[in-house]
Design a protein around this ligand. Structure first.
Ligand code: SAH
Length: 244
C-alpha cells in the first residue's frame, strides 16, 4: 500500500502499539509546535523500523516535549530488502546525497568500504544514520536500512557470505550494457559495490574479478561520478534482479 503523504511522518525509537504514550524528542517537538504549529489532537504518523507505521495524536506538551498517544496501525512493517549496498564513502555533501538515494532505491544494509583510493575511510556513522532516517521519513520508507561500521575492502571480501551475489560496478569493464549479466543472476541475496572518486585500483579489480561470488557490470560507455553510478546501478539492479 502506498504511503500517505499528507501527514507528517516521524521516526521514533519507542515500541509502537495502540495506546502507547511517548514524547517526541526536543527537535521533533520544536518542529511540531513551532514550525507545523500543530494543535493538541492533531495527528501525525510514527514509525520505528520495527512495528510498521502508526497514526498518533498530539496529547499535550511541556515546554520541551510534545506528548503523543499512538492510535492505529496504518501500514504493517515490510521486510528489509535483501540488498547490501557497499560504497566507498565520498566527501560529506555527496555522501549525504548517496546515502539518501540508496535508502530511496531500496538498499537494506549500507556498508561503507575503505578502498585504496577512498578519500574518507571512516565516515561519521551517526551522520550516515541521520541521513537514512531523513530519507525514510521523507519517502515513507518503513524498512529502515542498517548502517554498518566501515570495513577495508579485503576484509569485507574475506568475510563475505558466498551465497550473496556481489555486483561490482567496474568502470574498466570492456562492454557497456549491464543487463545481460544482471538478467543471468539467479540469487535473490544481492550486494552492490561502487568505488570512490578515484575508482578501483588495478589490484582491487583483479581481486574482485577473481572471486566466484562477484559479477562485474558496466554502467554505460562513460565514466559516471561515484554518486551517479550508485543511483544508476541501484536502478538497473532493482529493475532486473531486485524488488521493482
Ligand atoms: N572520477 C569520477 C568517477 C570515478 S568512478 C568521480 O569523481 O566520481 C567511481 C565509481 O563509480 C567506480 O569505481 C565504479 O564503481 C562506478 N562507475 C563509474 N562509472 C562507471 C562505469 N561506466 N561502469 C561501471 N562502473 C562505473
Amino acid at each position: 500500500m502506498r504511503a500517505n503523504y499528507r501527514m507528517q511522518r516521524l521516526f521514533v525509537p519507542h515500541d509502537l502499539a495502540a495506546g502507547t504514550e511517548l514524547e517526541a524528542d526536543p527537535q521533533q517537538s520544536h518542529y511540531l509546535t513551532n514550525v507545523l504549529r500543530l494543535a493538541d489532537g492533531a495527528e501525525v504518523l510514527l514509525f520505528n523500523g520495527r512495528d510498521g507505521e502508526w497514526s498518533a495524536a498530539i496529547a499535550g506538551r511541556t515546554k520541551k516535549a510534545v506528548r503523543l498517544t499512538v492510535l492505529v496501525e496504518q501500514r504493517p512493517q515490510p521486510p528489509l530488502p535483501d540488498l547490501v549496498y557497499c560504497f566507498a564513502p565520498l566527501k560529506q555533501g555527496r555522501l549525504d546525497y548517496l546515502v539518501q538515494k540508496a535508502v530511496e532505491m531500496g538498499a537494506g544494509v549500507l556498508q561503507p568500504v575503505a578502498t585504496q583510493h577512498t578519500q574518507v575511510a571512516k565516515p561519521g556513522i551517526e551522520r550516515l544514520r541521520a541521513n537514512v532516517v531523513e530519507a525514510a521519513e521523507q519517502c515513507g520508507i518503513l524498512a529502515v536500512p542498517q548502517v554498518r561500521e566501515s570495513e577495508k575492502l579485503d576484509r569485507l571480501l574475506a568475510g563475505w557470505d558466498a551465497g550473496r551475489r556481489l555486483i561490482f560496478c567496474d568502470e574498466d569493464a570492456s562492454t557497456n550494457n549491464p543487463l545481460p549479466a544482471l538478467k543471468a543472476l539467479t540469487e535473490k541475496k544481492l550486494g552492490l559495490l561502487v568505488g570512490p572518486e578515484g575508482g578501483f585500483s588495478d589490484d582491487e579489480r583483479r581481486m574482485l574479478r577473481a572471486l566466484p561470488f562477484v559479477t562485474a557490470i558496466p554502467l554505460g560507455p562513460r565514466i559516471l561520478r561515484a554518486d551517479t553510478a550508485a543511483v544508476a546501478a541501484l536502478a538497473v539492479i532493482q529493475a532486473t534482479a531486485g524488488d521493482w
